[in-house]
Design a protein around this ligand. Structure first.
Ligand SMILES: NC(=O)c1ccc[n+]([C@@H]2O[C@H](COP(=O)([O-])OP(=O)(O)OC[C@H]3O[C@@H](n4cnc5c(N)ncnc54)[C@H](O)[C@@H]3O)[C@@H](O)[C@H]2O)c1
Length: 256
């Protein structure tokens, strides 16, 4: 059964980690996907993986910086035109930069907020008219376990993810009667570009003992991007029809 047959879905941050796995999973379940990111070479790799899986004929890749208002408006309009409408939006694009809060520059703070929180807003705003036109649509936003549980040295990141959490609740209520569902996924400890590069993304002299709680209690400590992609596929499908205005934590039990 292809539970996403002919669903038209825009995925951001699809050149790496969870976004790439999500695009490939949605394609595997029959969807038509526009996959966007800021890195062309890595997006080409996503396309190559889809070709290997025999799903590349339903995939279009495009560059789109989610923090750039004009790029988002143009890129989203192009995606809607390519797909002939839009049934779901999956806002995966995100970045992590750690800092001791007393040393966090305003530039770093603003950049993290611009990509994670404002980027999620910009793409959602641009996509909403097309989503609402279908009468049955879904937005899946990437918050994080850091939104509700302490992640030291990640104040900007955590604040951006907390903002996404609230933003998603707001639109779920605002547009629910028009057939739109909005759900957060809150990953934690997933192997990806962010977690593989964690040592270079965190400040020097990080006291890693403060992060000791961030180890999953199942498996070998880290989940896979595919563990998250499967949940997103469920959420954008009719299996998620009664799920909205909430979040799903996918962290191997790290934050119980
Ligand atoms: N890996 C985890 O454990 C974890 C935990 C909590 C939340 N998340 C969230 O999951 C999402 C996916 O991250 P990941 O872990 O797969 O990391 P990743 O680094 O592998 O993927 C992030 C992707 O976002 C893209 N991106 C960054 N800035 C962008 C911009 N301005 N415009 C468009 N694309 C941009 C990157 O190029 C990259 O392809 C992020 O929102 C992240 O915050 C991940």
């Amino acid at each position: 059964m292809e539970r996403l047959a002919d669903r038209r879905i825009l995925v951001t941050g699809a050149a790496s980690g969870i976004g790439r796995a999500t695009a490939l999973r949605l394609l595997a379940e029959g969807a038509r996907v526009v996959a966007t990111d800021i890195t062309g070479d890595a997006l080409a790799e996503t396309l190559a993986l889809a070709a290997e899986a025999g799903t590349a004929d339903r995939l279009v890749t495009a560059l789109m910086d989610v923090s750039d208002e004009n790029a988002v408006n143009e890129g989203t309009a192009q995606a809607v035109a390519t797909l002939g409408g839009l049934d779901a939006l999956v806002n995966v694009a995100g970045m992590l930069r750690g800092a001791h809060t007393h040393e966090c520059s305003l530039d770093l703070w603003n950049r993290v907020l611009a990509v994670n929180l404002t980027g999620t807003f910009l793409v959602t705003r641009a996509a909403l008219p097309a989503l609402l036109e279908t009468g049955k649509s879904v937005v899946v936003n990437f918050s994080s376990t850091s939104a509700q549980f302490a992640h030291p040295m990640m104040a900007a990141y955590s604040a951006s993810k907390g903002g996404i959490l609230s933003f998603t609740h707001s639109i779920a209520q605002e547009y629910g009667k028009r057939g739109l569902r909005a759900v957060n996924v809150n990953p934690g400890s997933i192997s990806s570009g962010i977690t593989q590069n964690i040592f270079s993304l965190m400040p020097e002299e990080t006291d890693w003992s403060l992060l000791s709680k961030l180890t999953a209690c199942v498996g070998e400590g880290f989940g896979s991007p595919e563990d998250v992609a499967g949940v997103v596929a469920m959420l954008v499908s009719d299996d998620g029809a009664f799920i909205t205005g909430t979040e799903i934590r996918i962290d191997g039990g790290t934050h119980q």
